[in-house]
Design a protein around this ligand. Structure first.
Ligand code: ADP
Ligand code: MG
Length: 696
């Protein structure tokens, strides 16, 4: 492999390349529009487009695409070639500023929650110059936003960019109050840790459930799961090492800061974490990372499973979002700092996060609600469905002594005056207990741990940015009008701690005692998607997002609908896949074995009439009971699925799938898994958990 420094970012049209390839004035003008958030002028765009095309063609690209992130959560692209005909029957490679700036994919089949039906049928894509263009498989990819002609947002990038603007404006107001006049821009920073499974491709192909749904719908527990904890951070197997090295190289070429790769808790489970960057790039990079994980795995005879729960009985996969705020001059606003003023500013930002998470816990919960993630949250392998924050015992003590005006431990001062006294040093809590918290402060950033592994990171980032912006705005409104800044600040911090500390919980989130305590505190506990998702459109949430112009009410309602419909569709596909496997594979396998058993019984009886064949008969009866149960439940399931079509609203349908469809799927599974345990290996129609989990 070439040197990392040499390959890093070679497939990205980044500042370094732009500087080399654009006239100085053009580069300056381009960067100026980007940093001011203004549209790039057409003449500048023309020059940029041409330079981009030359660069891409030199690297072997023949096509370009507007690369966007529709509500499906994955990325979409429509490829156009650069060719333009000449009179003499030949072609030249062309790419104009117009083509760079705007595209019109025929995108009417993307989910829109009815948005395009009521407005304009088509959508358009528009260049996002704040994220670099890149080359992927001979195609120049231009990151874009995706909107309808009526102006409705149809993607995940537009609201993310809007939320970043909103928090920038409000964070700057706060910084000015603390005399930070050098900062001109605040951005949110994110580093997403991505979990995934790798299984052998040949085995994968033999499992319809994995192919159609991304997870196993059947599978008896293997003799060995994750109980020995011998996979976590264990030595990485050669085939996986090769995969990881190849993946790193692909990611580095795309300028993605892939940093750590290790084994996770479950067998066949791994994790990749990049170095953090601004939220927009981080989101683009995470989408690319997921895509490349799948592609690179394929080259290695593997399949990368990004589903939240590919296997029952072992841990599923999530995504941890490390989130903070950074200034353009390099300050991390969630770093407590060392001086009283830095401490005070930190406490105010911390309070904004605490208040925001408490007031909008339901919104944070709703954005991680999917059929896949329902298998993890609250199942003692990922945080519970209750949103809470972990800040560590020591920081908690400090906050409480601030709130009550009491002495913190053995400090001499009567009580701490914010902005005058320095915060006592508190250690970054490294206990493993905080792994059970949905949202943990880890010393200079928060780690949000509820997101599912296959989801876009945009959702929780949009929510975090907007809720914290809202609280910062409220704080700035109070503080800007304050007669005595320090006194008002002290009061504000005390008040916020006292009113919102119920959201802070430093204990073990996996214990039932916490769920009881959370209920006492009035925290919401929405266990499943149909419980959580409707809160997406609670009046206060609509008020928040429309106030900050991140979403319109119509957009929010349509998104809620898209997510609920997706929940139903996912479960429906799973149920249909189960039905097919039961009818076509499992019942036939059970019958073959039954026949074998009956023949054996007859043969034994013939050979030795004095034997009663009790064992064979018992086995036969047991297997018959199980296949009967399969048969009854498959018919029930099919009936229930037909009736599902009569559900009225998306909300009703989601409840129906949860309450009627999922339980029957559970019964089918337990009968099939019992049959799997019972019949001889060579009769079984698909690879077992043991084979899949230890296939690589
Ligand atoms: P760990 O969580 O294992 O202790 P780190 O704290 O070093 O590891 O980092 C985990 C992730 O958090 C990485 O992706 C890292 O880049 C990211 N991260 C670190 N600092 C920040 C920050 N200020 N903002 C956002 N992400 C960060
Ligand atoms: Mg971590």
């Amino acid at each position: 492999m070439a040197k990392v420094e040499e390959i890093f970012g070679t497939m990205v049209f980044n500042d370094f390349t732009m500087k080399q390839r654009l006239p100085k004035e053009t580069f300056k003008a381009f960067k100026k529009s980007v940093s001011e958030g203004k549209p790039v002028a057409r003449d500048i765009a023309n020059v940029v487009a041409n330079a981009m095309k030359d660069w891409a063609v030199e690297k072997g690209a023949t096509h370009f695409t507007h690369w966007f992130q529709p509500m499906t959560g994955i990325t979409a692209e429509k490829h156009d070639s650069f060719i333009s005909p000449l009179d003499n029957g030949r072609v030249i490679m062309e790419f104009s500023g117009k083509e760079l700036i705007k595209g019109e994919p025929d995108a009417s089949s993307f989910p829109s929650g009815g948005l395009r039906a009521t407005f304009e049928a088509r959508g358009y894509t528009a260049w996002d110059p704040t994220s670099y263009a890149f080359i992927k498989e001979n195609t120049l990819c231009i990151p874009t936003v995706f909107c309808s002609y009526g102006g409705e947002v149809l993607d995940k990038k537009t609201p993310l960019l809007r939320s970043m603007d909103v928090i920038n404006v409000q964070a700057l107001r706060i910084l000015r109050l603390f005399g930070n006049n050098d900062v001109t821009h605040v951005t949110t920073t994110v580093g997403p840790e991505q979990e995934y499974f790798l299984v052998d491709k040949e085995l994968y192909k033999k499992r319809k459930d994995l192919r159609f749904t991304g997870r196993t719908l059947f599978g008896a527990k293997p003799p060995k799961g994750q109980e020995l904890d011998d996979h976590y951070f264990g030595a990485i197997l050669p085939r996986v090492t090769e995969f990881m090295a190849d993946l790193d190289e692909e990611l580095w070429k795309l300028g993605i800061l892939a940093k750590t790769e290790h084994n996770e808790v479950a067998p066949a489970q791994h994790e990749l974490a990049p170095i953090f960057t601004n939220t927009n790039m981080s989101c683009d990079h995470n989408q690319l990372t997921m895509e490349l994980m799948k592609k690179v795995a394929d080259r290695h005879g593997l399949v990368c499973l990004l589903h939240e729960k590919p296997f029952a009985e072992v841990n599923g996969s999530g995504k941890h979002i490390n989130w903070s705020l950074a200034t353009d001059n390099g300050l991390n606003l969630l770093d407590p700092g060392r001086t009283p003023s830095e401490n005070a500013q930190f406490l105010l930002f911390l309070c904004a996060v605490i208040k925001g998470v408490d007031e909008y816990q339901d919104m944070l919960r709703a954005v991680v609600a999917t059929a896949g993630n329902d298998h993890r949250l609250g199942a003692n392998e990922a945080p519970p469905a209750v949103i809470s924050m972990f800040i560590g015992e020591e920081l908690m003590d400090i906050l409480e002594s601030i709130e009550k005006g009491t002495v913190y431990k053995d400090r001499v001062a009567s009580h701490m005056e914010i902005g005058v006294d320095t915060l006592p040093l508190f250690r970054r809590d490294t206990t493993d207990r905080n792994r059970t918290s949905p949202f943990a402060f880890t010393g200079n950033k928060f780690e949000f741990r509820m997101l599912g592994s296959s989801q876009s990171i945009a959702g929780p980032n949009i929510v975090l940015n907007t809720i914290v912006a809202e609280e910062l705005e409220q704080f700035a409104d109070v503080l800007e009008g304050a007669g005595d800044f320090k006194e008002t600040l002290n009061g504000l911090i005390r008040k916020t701690i006292s009113e919102h500390k119920r959201i802070i919980f430093n204990g073990n989130g996996y214990e039932d005692a916490w769920l009881e305590e959370a209920a006492r505190r009035g925290l919401s506990n929405y266990r499943t998607t149909p419980d959580a998702m409707p809160h997406y459109v609670d009046a206060k949430n609509i008020a928040l997002f429309t106030k900050h112009k991140v979403f319109t009410e119509v957009e929010m309602r349509s998104r809620c609908e898209v997510h609920l419909e997706n929940y139903c569709k996912v479960i429906r596909i799973e149920a249909l896949t189960m039905a097919e496997m039961v009818r076509k594979d499992i019942i036939p396998a059970a019958y073959t074995y039954l026949k074998r058993l009956s023949e054996t019984a007859v043969a034994v009886k013939t050979a030795c009439p004095e034997l009663d064949c009790a064992m064979e008969i018992n086995m036969l009866k047991y297997l018959r009971t199980l296949t009967d149960s399969l048969y009854v439940n498959i018919n029930r399931l099919e009936g229930i699925l037909t009736e599902a079509e009569e559900c009225g609203s998306a909300e009703d349908a989601a409840l129906y799938y949860r309450d009627k469809v999922l339980p029957v799927m559970g019964e089918l599974r337990s009968a099939a898994d019992e049959i799997e345990r019972f019949v001889g290996e060579k009769y079984w129609p698909y690879p077992t958990y043991g084979e899949l989990l230890y296939s690589v």
